[in-house]
Design a protein around this ligand. Structure first.
Ligand SMILES: Nc1nc2c(ncn2[C@@H]2O[C@H](COP(=O)(O)O)[C@@H](O)[C@H]2O)c(=O)[nH]1
Ligand SMILES: [Mn+2]
Length: 391
């Protein structure tokens, strides 16, 4: 048994190769053998430049949740999990939460059955993959994202996504652990921020958590299986180390995978934008999009590949770097403002799947850990009210 605690200091574990795992002590102590095997494997991998673990680090479907990998010349298809492009959008609505009950039934109908007044066809899908911002402008979508990073990709690469399926599933909540939640501001800690942007206690906050539809998720599972089979790695067992499945960056397969990863991110972003539009139209209200990010992505710049599995960066909102840390369905979510230099943070409190699970960590513990590391301070807390899902 290795006594890892000798490397643990003030909320940070330093690996043998000098990589960091930012994790509260009691979480650190219960990391499983499988998690350590994966960390150790990547820590010693010749094509890995950096790995980083975040406070909600844990095992997840062959990979690690709350985990960032930066590699050289190599793509790890499990690096973002299968829900490629998944992210949160947070919208402030300058109305009190108690005032909007009447419109919600109609909204639920729209967001779970599709919206006839907002038709989507294959041309829309092609335009979104090509230039999502232009598509939003052309469709006069209300509620633009203040900042959303698009990455260059090789648009000539063939796609393995089923565009027909995607077109049927856009402008609605995808299945899986995706939702539109109506929450409200219930305690403000940084009044200078909220006064600047007209945010008050009791105001409605809408959370859109949405990634790919099931057909996109299956595409990335197929990529994984295909690369696994090509490498002749045998059977996939429980607690499989999915990082053993890798593909050189310059191969056609890796380039197709990366192109589809960026397409999936753009489609998920467009879906969150279209959902915002439907909410704004239904509530007949202005909306203030605080942020839109993706926490599951694989992107290459030059020969460097960044893999994010449930890891977010701060987003620019009117010159301020902010993020939202999700709690659970029945707990607060928290808007934070960056106070340190470090650009990344965990997206939530773990990966519990569709239902509230025991495996979720305590948000207070996660928050105090991030604050102690000097990453951010709390701006406000957002209380749960009601949620819409589409399973
Ligand atoms: N506001 C809510 N947050 C939730 C809910 N279920 C889970 N979560 C949080 O979201 C993140 C992201 O989930 P993932 O599927 O992308 O891993 C997770 O870490 C939880 O903190 C919910 O119902 N409402
Ligand atoms: Mn997600």
């Amino acid at each position: 048994m290795v006594h890892f605690s000798e490397y643990y200091n003030e909320g940070v574990y330093t690996t043998l190769k000098g990589n960091y795992i930012f994790i509260p002590k009691n979480r650190f102590q219960v990391l499983t053998k499988e998690v350590w095997n994966k960390i150790d494997y990547l820590d010693h991998h010749p094509h890995i430049m950096q790995i980083t673990g975040f406070p909600d680090l844990e095992d997840d479907e062959g990979g690690l949740n709350g985990f960032l990998i930066e590699s050289n010349e190599t793509v790890f298809p499990i690096g973002a999990g299968f829900d490629m492009g998944c992210g949160f959008r947070v919208i402030h609505i300058p109305r009190k939460w108690k005032e909007v009950r009447l419109e919600l039934n109609f909204l639920h109908q729209c967001l779970t059955n599709g919206v006839s007044g907002f038709p989507i066809d294959i041309n829309d899908i092609n335009m979104i993959m090509d230039d999502p911002i232009n598509w939003l402008n052309m469709r006069e979508v209300i509620g633009k994202s203040p900042e959303y990073p698009l990455f260059e990709y090789d648009q000539e690469r063939p796609t393995h996504l089923s565009l027909e399926e995607v077109s049927k599933n856009l402008v609605q909540i995808p299945s899986g652990n995706h939702f539109v939640e109506f929450r409200y501001v219930h305690s403000i800690e940084d009044t200078s921020f909220t006064n600047r942007y007209g945010i008050y206690e009791g105001d409605l906050m809408v959370f859109i958590h949405s990634g790919s539809d099931i057909s996109i998720k299956r595409t990335f599972m197929r990529y994984f299986a295909m690369i696994h089979a090509r490498l002749g790695l045998g059977n996939i067992k429980l607690n499989y180390n999915g990082y053993k499945v890798q593909v050189p960056l310059q191969t056609d397969l890796a380039q197709e995978f990366l192109a589809d990863a960026e397409r999936a991110s753009r489609l998920a972003f467009a879906n969150r934008s279209a959902i915002t539009h439907i909410i704004a139209e239904t509530l007949q209200s202005p909306v203030q999009v605080l942020l839109d990010n993706t926490h599951s992505s694989i992107r290459a710049v030059g020969n460097k590949v960044q893999h994010r599995h449930s890891v977010q960066t701060y987003m620019g909102f009117k010159g301020e770097d902010i993020a939202v840390i999700a709690g659970t369905a029945s707990h607060d979510c928290v808007l934070v403002k960056r106070s340190g230099q470090y650009p990344f943070l965990n997206h939530g409190v773990g990966s519990g799947g569709d239902q509230e699970a025991d495996s979720y960590f305590n948000i207070e513990e996660v928050l105090s850990h991030g604050s102690q590391l000097g990453w951010y301070h709390t701006v406000l807390r957002i209380h749960p009210w009601l949620a819409m899902r589409n399973n």
